[in-house]
Ligand binder design. Structure first.
Ligand code: NI
Length: 419
């Protein structure tokens, strides 16, 4: 692995721009202020006029779903899921899912995302795609409790065993949701979590229907239901958490549950707006995800950060809540913590070299009064030029180094051409 020196650059540290010369060795940031004695770079990047920021962490994806981009827009939820998505999803092969996941990797890298947490249906496929793309990934095989629940658990464990020694790949267990996993199956998943030490990735409190059904069946909210069951004794990442009572928020904070906020997916599927300000006030670790491209339609974290900044201001009618700096924190360190990624999410010596280099000459940064605000309210991800993950340059001046883009586009179009 090359030693890299990024010279005369600016680094984004705690939402501020700090002059830096970043030395990277063996995939780790060795120094933020120049090459230490004896350090010989193989690659020198001129960082003049550039911003180095921690790679963004997309905390909730279904990456194969990029094949569904713009396939089912502007329809009601039931029609979206049962009329459009599921019938086509049933036709996908593992190979199709691979190309869909690669398509997501292209979009994520191009917009500065270096790590993602994927809930998927095709054992082994996202891990292989992330590996081929050079991305850091937390792979979570979606588990449902109906026919084949044990087979899916076995697939999840096989996949985890196959990839656990890859420095960029890790895993969690992903019971899909409380409405697709019954209580015995959730207990079974917790048993596996006890045996393996794996964390839990679950969709939670996403739609009003989920809340109503949970009250009808269990007499409590989905968060209370899982809390009573003991689910939160495991490290848990809960996606969505749109509909929460004050008690729910307290329980999430008390149990250290991380919440993946997916603002655009929640809006597009008409599920509502998560109480992010209230969760942050209570001390919940909130991170940000895009969800799948069927419900977004992009995996662009800049767009997601924009919504994450704007929505709390609109719904709380307060302009000074959930700042750009806080949202950048959510999209970097917050995500890394939620995904259990060690030494990821910040630029400082000793951290993994996961970073995006942006061109400060782009219009979003002119004039540049405040870098955090510019990143969240003006930038759109097209400013990202170069991306480094675990010390590997995966995109250099806009060119992907590990993925043949045209090959991926060819397959994505081939797979979907008769839809
Ligand atoms: Ni999801």
């Amino acid at each position: 692995m090359d030693n890299i020196l990024i010279k005369h650059t600016k680094a984004l540290i705690d939402g501020e721009m700090i002059p830096a010369d970043i030395a990277i060795k063996d995939g780790i940031i060795l120094s933020m202020d120049g090459a230490p004695e004896g350090f010989v770079p193989d690659t020198v990047i001129d960082g003049e006029g550039k911003l180095c920021m921690p790679g963004l962490v997309n905390a909730h994806t279904h990456a194969y779903m990029s094949l569904f981009r713009s396939y089912a827009d502007d329809v009601a939820f039931d029609n979206w899921l049962f009329g459009r998505i599921l019938p086509k999803e049933d036709t996908l092969t593992p190979e199709d899912a691979y190309w869909g996941t690669m398509l997501s990797c292209i979009e994520m890298i191009k917009t500065g995302t270096t790590a993602f947490c994927d809930m998927h249906l095709f054992a082994g496929i996202p891990a292989k795609a992330a590996h081929d793309a050079g991305m850091r990934a937390v792979i979570t095989r979606g588990l449902t409790g109906s026919d084949g629940g044990e087979r899916r658990i076995a697939e999840a464990l096989d996949e985890w065993n196959e990839w656990k020694h890859d420095p960029l790949i890790s895993g969690m267990l992903a019971p899909h949701a409380i409405y697709t996993c019954d209580e015995p199956f959730l207990h079974r998943v917790m048993e596996v979590a006890d045996e393996t030490g794996l964390g839990i990735n679950i969709h939670l409190s996403e739609s009003p229907k989920e809340i109503d059904d949970c009250y009808a069946a269990h007499g409590c909210s989905p968060v209370e239901y899982l809390a009573k069951m003991g689910m939160f004794r495991h490290k848990t990442l809960a996606a969505h958490c749109v509909h929460l009572s004050e008690t729910d928020i307290m329980l999430l904070a008390e149990h250290g549950v991380s919440v993946a906020h997916n603002p655009k997916s929640n809006l597009k599927l008409a599920n509502g707006i998560a109480p992010v300000k209230q969760m942050l006030d209570a001390g919940v670790n909130v991170c940000i995800g895009t969800d799948g491209a069927g419900s977004n339609n992009a995996l662009n974290m800049f767009s997601e950060m924009n919504f994450a900044c704007l929505l709390p201001k609109g719904i709380n009618k307060e302009g000074d809540v959930v700042s750009a700096k806080e949202v950048i924190r959510m999209a970097t360190v917050g995500g890394a913590k939620a995904l259990g990624l060690q030494n990821v999410g910040e630029l400082k010596a000793g951290m993994q070299a996961d970073l995006a280099i942006l061109d400060l000459g782009q219009v979003a940064f002119r004039p540049l009064h405040d870098i955090a605000g510019a990143l969240c309210y003006a930038a759109n991800g097209s400013e990202v030029e170069t991306v480094i993950i675990g010390g590997e340059i995966v995109m250099q001046n806009g060119a992907l180094t590990k993925i043949d883009e045209e090959e991926v586009y060819y397959h994505a179009e081939r797979i979907t051409k008769d839809w």
